[in-house]
Design a protein around this ligand. Structure first.
Ligand SMILES: Nc1nc2c(ncn2[C@@H]2O[C@H](COP(=O)(O)OP(=O)(O)OP(=O)(O)O)[C@@H](O)[C@H]2O)c(=O)[nH]1
Ligand SMILES: [Mg+2]
Length: 560
């Protein structure tokens, strides 16, 4: 057959049949120079043992001076007693399902494929109570030790929600172990009620879920809704139109608080029909953020009944907008509050130590937004703030002190009536303590200051509005979370000059493009101060103006 096939096929390399050559097996390839085939014929196994066909020589281990090994050497050739290859190596189990030995380096901590109980991290108390999980039979593996996750990026670089509310606890927390990563401080509970709570906590249950279908006797099984097949819209799942409903029947409300996409709003403010209700935002608002203090238009269910949800369809034009960037290089602006016309910059005389430069930044942000700043020094019972206040001698700044003889509630309330006032400051300076004194029903959580670092614990995590009432009328106070930094990347230096109205008039005589900084040539403001036109406090005022301007100019602008 082969010869016939070759006759009509061109002999190629793949088809050429060669006669089988019987060559002598070369010696020296294996341990004793004999091939595996020769070993088999001689009755010697791969591991060096001797089969039943030959007598068993005395087995020796390297380093063993003679005599019998402590392994049981079986003269009948049983391989269970085979020796170790040499010291420092140990025969280990072969691949799964095989019995052959696989030699490897001696098992020492550096070579282990899995950690021993000593290497593994200690289990937490809860885990210890649990019975150990049984391993899968036959795998022979221990539970793997998972390395800790890679270090995270610094928080300052992380993009945060524009609302800046409800940041989660970012401390490390082991999965399934509630005893780690807990906070030992009290935090404000969410003020916005959950409209779905009455349907059984977090699980949303709809009324038609358990209907008469449960009593269905199967008569109409063939008409099951799941079997309906609809053709998908070839132009997309929903029609696109630029026409928006006008929502003429929308009602205006004030946003009091923001919590994870739910807004607590006050409808009919100052009327007999005033009520608080929960709202969500309509998708037509797109990426416009709704913040505390906003005036918004509501549609939908505005009854305010438990479990109802209104819809915010419009944000009314804002009179002011207090913004900050996480730091000067950050390109994302955070809107803190809308429509505030006053800002109380709260600074502690001690614990945490006051920082004049941070106060400068608050003042710049307030002046840029057109908000009137007020300076409130707290904890005057701990330190004398006189020296610190000298930093602001040149500013027409309203200063209130609190602490030594209690909180001056009347003095502060007087300034708040008829205004919307936002309280800002470092964590732990006492903002919430002040708000609780002004509005007792607010019930804001009060934190502690770390005795070692002198830092607050960021107790307040959301921006909330409360109404302060007095005989003369009412006003709004807005408590904010303490911030670590107050970036000014968004501020225009021209707005600082506008805030110094007396200097702005003189600056009209400055040369074109004058920066008004200390090194600016022929600056009309500096010349006027030298001539004494601004009176005794002129030099201090120019100094404070320069300092604020410098803090803006040194901050890189957004997009740079
Ligand atoms: N000695 C003294 N302690 C005060 C005074 N005002 C507030 N504190 C304390 O300062 C600590 C921090 O107060 P908070 O009101 O929580 O500070 P906060 O500014 O709201 O802090 P965050 O919410 O973290 O931004 C609390 O332990 C207060 O008791 C004061 O006038 N004198
Ligand atoms: Mg607070």
């Amino acid at each position: 057959m082969a010869g016939r096939a070759r006759s009509h096929r061109r002999p190629g390399r793949a088809h050429r049949v060669r006669p089988v050559e019987r060559r002598p097996v070369p010696r020296g390839g294996r341990r004793d120079g004999r091939s595996r085939h020769d070993h088999r014929l001689a009755g010697v196994d791969d591991a060096g043992g001797r089969g039943p066909r030959g007598p068993a020589p005395p087995l020796r281990r390297a380093g063993h001076r003679g005599g019998r090994s402590h392994h049981r050497d079986r003269p009948d050739g049983d391989l269970r007693g085979r020796p170790r290859p040499h010291d420092g190596w140990r025969a280990r189990a072969g691949p799964r399902g095989t019995r052959g030995p696989r030699n490897g380096p001696l098992d020492h901590p550096g070579n282990r494929t899995h950690p021993t109980p000593r290497d593994r991290p200690a289990r937490c108390a809860r885990d210890r109570d649990q019975p150990t999980r049984r391993r899968r039979r036959g795998t022979g593996r221990r539970a793997q030790y998972h390395a800790p996750p890679a270090q995270r990026r610094p928080l300052a670089q992380l993009p945060r929600s524009p609302d800046g509310d409800r940041r989660s606890d970012h401390r490390s927390r082991r999965r399934g172990c509630p005893h780690r990563g807990h906070r030992d401080d009290r935090q404000d509970p969410p003020r916005v009620p959950d409209p779905l709570a009455r349907h059984g906590g977090g699980a949303f249950r709809v009324s038609w879920w358990e209907t008469a279908d449960a009593e269905d006797d199967g008569e109409f099984d063939e008409f099951d809704e799941d079997s309906i097949r609809t053709r998908p819209n070839p132009k997309g799942s929903r029609p696109r139109t630029k026409q928006r409903p006008e929502h003429k029947d929308a009602r205006t409300a004030r946003v009091l608080s923001v919590d994870r996409g739910r807004y607590l709003v006050l409808l009919g403010e100052g009327t007999a029909d005033e009520r608080e209700l929960t709202a969500t935002r309509a998708s037509e608002l797109r990426r416009k953020s709704v913040v505390t203090g906003d005036q918004v238009d509501l549609v939908g269910d505005v009854s305010g009944d438990e479990g109802t949800l209104a819809r915010i369809v419009r944000i009314r034009e804002r009179s002011t907008l207090l913004r900050r960037s996480a730091d000067d290089t950050d390109q994302v602006e955070r809107v803190i509050v809308a429509n505030a016309d006053q800002m109380v910059v709260v600074v502690a005389a001690a614990n945490p130590e006051p920082r004049a430069r941070l106060v400068d930044r608050y003042l710049v942000a307030a002046l840029d937004a057109g908000i009137r700043p007020i300076l409130c020094i707290t904890k005057t019972d701990l330190a004398d703030p006189t020296e610190f206040l000298e930093n602001f001698a040149g500013l027409d700044l309203d200063v209130v002190t609190s602490g030594s003889g209690g909180i001056p509630v009347d003095e502060i309330t007087e300034r708040l009536i008829g205004h919307s006032t936002v309280f800002v400051g470092h964590s732990g300076v006492g903002k919430s303590t002040l708000v609780n004194a002004l509005v007792p029903e607010a019930g804001r959580a009060i934190g502690r200051v770390n005795e070692v670092t002198g830092r607050g614990r960021h107790t307040s995590s959301s921006t909330e509005s409360y109404r302060v009432r007095a005989a003369a009328g009412s006003g709004w106070v807005i408590d904010t979370p303490g911030v670590r930094s107050f970036g000014l990347g968004h501020v225009d230096p021209a707005n600082i000059l506008k805030a110094y109205t007396d200097l702005a008039e003189i600056a009209e005589g400055c040369p074109r493009g004058c920066t008004h900084l200390p090194d600016a040539p022929d600056c009309a403001i500096a010349e006027a101060v030298e001539r004494g036109e601004l009176g005794e406090g002129g030099a201090a005022r120019l100094d404070s103006f320069h300092r604020l301007l410098q803090s803006v100019v040194s901050a890189p602008k957004l997009g740079e």
